[in-house]
Design a protein. Sequence first.
Length: 363
Amino acid sequence: MIVDDEPENLNVLEALLTQAGYLVSAFPCGELALAAARQQAPDLVLLDVRMPGLDGHEVCRRFKADDGLRDIPILFISALSAAEDIAAGLECGGVDYIAKPFRKPEVLARVRTHVALRGAYLQLAAEHARLLQLERHRDLLTHMLVHDMRSPLQVIDGHLQILSGSSPDQSLGGANESLRAASRGVRVLSQMVSAVVDLSRIENTSISLHLAVVSVDDVFRGAHAQVLDPASSQSICERIDEACPPLFCDVNLTVRIIANLLTNAIKYAPNSGPIELGAAPVPGGGVRLWVRDHGPGIAADDQSLIFDKFSVLHQPFGKTCASTGLGLAFCKLATEAQNGSIGVASEPGSGSTFWCQLPSVAP
């Protein structure tokens, strides 16, 4: 698209670009150009600055204010070629500036460059849209499969509980420990299923929060019940500040956040080493909850990635732990959904402290 109030310039540019193989539309004023662009957007605009009515700068600003036109590159062609004039054109959204009287090879070279960039941009945008669509299909399929796993897991868990409640002397002999191990495995799978389903719901902003007042003690007890086997010898100490106010949060989500952090701490704690659960009020309002372990720690470069979906870190000394990379991603989204924040403080070889900060009841 060429916009210039001088017919001679329009004719020369139109002939030059048509001969070069471009489809050209020419307009003598900005109002007509804007109306035509809204009907059929061009790939590039060559725009004069000094025109009656809307000048080139105002036409450019209106292009950039329109959602359907703002990405179209605009090249100014003007006799105003001082540094401040060029700067004014670039500030209002232009991508290049050609001084009059223009040279035909220069015009063709700049047009060719910006048309190619525009084509590359459109191709990237199309690829991005396609990838987003594929990601939506993948997430939908994953959500459907994982959601359907819930029922059989509940059936397995129910039968395992029935069997483990039988007397060892009747029929099971020494199999009770195996049943408890199977129950723990089912519980872990159920937590993973819930994490995937709820992660999808939070990302799509379709999860409903049920905010309530709850004590930190109750949250920690709920996390213990979800994670710890009654026969576990894991050493866990709690440090809850006496001045800690009650939380104002979604109880189930918050319990699962702490349960996930506690599961991670147990997974990486050396030889069932001690784990600390703690809570303290935050100046200005809120409560910080933390889970501290004495595991291998996390390198500084990895700390910015650890809350990403499917992020699984390589552990030192060949240690491997089964992980989907979804637990911490769930913790992050569930915390932020409650207007909270989450993070980690860690050094390799010195353990890790995962913390989340949530709203509290005002004193």
